[in-house]
Ligand binder design. Structure first.
Ligand SMILES: [Zn+2]
Length: 306
């Protein structure tokens, strides 16, 4: 079997928090434990929230942790001409149609998506006539038609996840009304063009995998392997986020060495018996999917910060 290709795909909208670090660490360990290739790309489609300054800090934080990469792709904000070609391919396949629904319309008529709280699109705009389309007098979003077919994600951590896009998701948006391509399309294109063979990321993105598998098939990319890493939760069960300032890397770098932090995360993940300081490189020797904890992890912040 050839060496794996993995990726970091951070959003440069602030300092990494511990949950981001955890997912990045597992992604890196999986690749480096098998002498694979690591790709970095900045997911900055939302140019209002992201900045090059944060991207610089992210690179510096990853290197401080000892999580290096072999290649960096152009950031998503600068790849819209590439995405345009794939969008055109979907149009050539006659799979796209314009959607004029407003956010409030989408929320009022639809049942929530099975797993991530977004809404199942009922196909309202699927068969509008040219006259009906013209009558809206504004730019539409673009949706891709989905088949009535079950997708199966065989996840290294979460096991089998099934989703029928037709009943659980509906036709989904690939380009917003303001012209910006959406995450699902950009991620599929970026992973496919970089030859990514394994996608390791937070479990909050598990329900994105079937949409991406569908697009991979349409674009002619092979499916990567998937591993959706447990979320790190605060003691009260809340998901860690950028608001937890004492647990972002800016604060943690003031308090401890990278080895201390990596050792704690390795222990938390189930890779180490005790939270001993260790480098990421050394921890790669301890890595296996079998050892890794499967359920969401409650973080013992007192132990970490104490
Ligand atoms: Zn619509």
């Amino acid at each position: 079997m050839s060496a794996p290709v993995g990726r970091f795909a951070p959003t440069p909208s602030g300092r990494m928090h511990l949950g981001n670090v955890f997912a990045a660490l597992i992604a890196w360990l999986s690749v480096r434990s098998r002498d694979g290739h690591m790709v970095l790309r900045m997911e900055d489609l939302d140019t209002q929230r992201t900045s090059d300054a944060y991207a610089d800090i992210l690179r510096d934080d990853l290197l401080w942790l000892g999580l290096d990469w072999d290649q960096e792709m152009a950031p998503q904000s600068r790849r819209s001409q590439v995405y345009e070609q794939y969008f055109q391919h979907l149009a050539d396949l006659q799979l796209l149609y314009p959607c004029y629904c407003t956010r409030s319309q989408l929320h009022s008529v639809n049942a929530p998506h099975l797993s991530d709280g977004t809404y199942v699109y009922p196909g309202t705009c699927r068969d509008l006539t040219p006259d009906q389309r013209a009558s809206f007098g504004r730019a539409p979003a673009w949706r891709v038609r989905v088949p009535d077919r079950q997708w199966i994600v065989d996840d290294h951590i979460q096991g089998i996840y099934r989703e029928n896009l037709a009943s659980d998701c509906g036709d989904f948006v690939v380009r917003r009304a303001d012209g910006v391509f959406v995450y699902q399309l950009a991620v599929t294109v970026d992973d496919g063009e970089a030859g990514v063979t394994e996608v390791v990321r937070g479990t909050d993105l598990l329900s994105s995998a079937p949409r991406q598998m569908y697009l991979q098939e349409l674009f002619g990319f092979p499916h990567p392997e998937y591993a959706h890493v447990p979320l790190l939760l605060a003691a009260d069960g809340r998901r860690l986020s950028k608001r937890d300032k004492d647990l972002d890397l800016g604060a943690l770098r003031q308090r401890m060495t990278a080895q201390t932090l990596i050792g704690h995360l390795g222990f938390t993940a189930g890779l180490l018996e005790t939270p001993v300081p260790i480098s990421a490189r050394e921890l790669a020797g301890e890595f296996s999917w079998e050892k890794l904890k499967k359920e969401d992890i409650y973080l013992n912040a007192t132990q970490l910060l104490g």
